[in-house]
Design a binder for this molecule. Structure first.
Ligand SMILES: [Zn+2]
Length: 453
């Protein structure tokens, strides 16, 4: 049996070693904070009134934001659901975790690769090992066969159909009530405002009126992308009206969920995230749905209510969905595993660390948003299929490609982007699955699943 003195000597030596490698602050005591992650599927920042939109689409979220940290420059790391969700919960880039639909097509599941992760890849697994209950209520049926994701939660419930938003709220509320005596992580994934847009009244006609001459979209907008169907300004306006109605509907459901959390008495012991997995294109860049890395598809809301409203305010530095996992662990006073690629928001707020580049990828398209507001979009490996440069400070809608006007700037950004990437995205799980050649095959696979996300 080891003596107490020997144990103390080891402890002191360990603390001395940790501090010699850069102690920024005294080690925090481990605490237990509940975690509520509320994901709005396909919500783009620019249509939320809390982000300055002209219509009052999210009045409750504005109220919620008063006691929250509002991040105005949040980017999702990809623009489709499965890899984005896995990025949020593993704090790794899609190239690192490798969760793609084609793996589900082959095996009815994917294998999530995270090098050096050990047995706990997901943030909920880390918390579960510390006596938290982890529960997922998922309104997107396409996550139903993601067995590895579902196994990472203690309870994982997927609801069918496209009109399940109220049921998701009801289940989430009953989970909060049942878990009252425990510490918990609750992941609530709303399918709204994902297309097809069809909010119930009174939200359906809150912004849409045939009197405006707008057209509600009948059928599937994929026909627009395929070129099988023509569209014009009236389609864009009608579709946007419906999308805004979806946001307003979801805002009311989110209010119902938060009121239940408050009534349960644990609001100030809970860290609440409001995020999206990606945005949505409504005719911008001649595109519909979410298959690009333009701002409408990757600039997302990220609003975080820390316990007791700590850090409330607006922050305009670059953050990523990668940061959610580390933020959760930091809030508990837990170590952040090395394989987590994001950084705690608390450190970013206190300016201990700032991001220079935010990275997103959708198959062969990659986006690098720089902290000075410039953005590079690359097509193909190392931009061999072309590139675009935008100044988001003066051109937030990406209407003016500067690549030919400022070729020196474009080449400098390209060099910086690939230098950054070689240092940060070091594990590309299956390059062949991400290059342009397989894009068509993959799109076909998604269609076969009845869903092109
Ligand atoms: Zn999605």
């Amino acid at each position: 049996m080891r003596s107490t003195r020997a144990i103390c000597a080891v402890t002191i030596a360990v603390i001395a070693f940790i501090c010699s490698t850069g102690c920024l602050e005294a080690p925090r005591t481990e605490v237990k904070r509940n975690v509520l992650i509320v994901l709005w599927d396909a919500a783009r920042a620019r249509n939320l009134s809390v982000y300055g939109y002209g219509r009052s689409t999210t009045p409750y979220l504005q109220e919620f934001a008063e006691s929250s940290a509002v991040f105005t420059q949040a980017r999702s790391q990809t623009s489709y659901t499965l890899p984005s969700v896995v990025t949020i919960l593993t704090s790794t880039f899609p190239e690192v975790h490798g969760a793609y639909w084609e793996k589900m097509k082959e095996k009815n599941d994917f294998v999530c690769y995270t090098p050096d992760a050990g047995s706990e890849r997901y943030v909920q697994e880390i918390l579960s090992s510390r006596d938290f209950w982890s529960v997922a209520i998922v309104g997107n049926r396409m996550l139903k066969n993601a067995k590895q994701l579902s196994d990472s939660f203690d309870t994982y419930r997927v609801l069918g159909g496209w009109k399940n938003t109220q049921a998701v709220t009801d289940l989430a509320i009953s989970s909060i009530r049942k878990l009252r005596e425990s510490s918990w992580l609750l992941y609530v994934h709303y399918i709204d405002p994902h297309s097809p847009f069809d909010p119930p009244e009174p939200y359906r006609t809150e912004f849409f009126s045939p009197k405006n001459g707008n057209e509600p979209i009948e059928g599937d907008v994929r026909a627009f992308n395929d070129g099988a169907k023509e569209w014009d300004e009236r389609d864009i306006n009608g579709h946007r009206d419906m999308y805004d109605g979806e946001l307003s509907y979801l805002d009311a459901e989110f209010k119902r969920l938060m009121e239940a959390l408050r009534a349960s008495g644990v609001l100030d012991d809970t860290i609440v995230f409001v995020i999206a997995d990606h945005g949505e294109a409504i005719g911008e860049h001649d595109d519909w749905l979410h298959g690009s890395v333009y701002e409408e598809c990757i600039h997302i809301p990220m609003i975080v209510r820390f316990p007791n409203g700590q850090y409330a305010g607006e922050y305009d530095f670059l953050v990523e969905t990668m940061d959610i996992g580390p933020t959760i662990l930091r809030e508990q006073g837990l170590e952040i595993p090395e394989n987590f690629g994001g950084h705690p928001l608390q450190e970013q707020i206190s300016r201990q660390w700032q991001r220079k580049v935010s990275y997103s990828r959708y198959f062969a398209k990659s986006a690098f948003v720089f902290s000075d507001g410039y953005k590079l979009i690359c097509y193909g490996d190392e931009c061999r299929g072309g590139l675009e440069v935008f100044d988001l400070n003066t051109d937030p809608l990406e209407l003016r490609n500067l690549a030919n006007l400022k070729p020196d700037l474009a080449q400098r950004m390209r060099a910086e982007a690939f230098q950054w990437k070689s240092n940060h995205v070091v594990f590309d799980v299956e390059t062949s699955a991400l290059d342009g050649a397989s894009l068509a095959d993959d799109a076909e696979a998604l269609r076969a699943l009845g869903y092109l996300d």
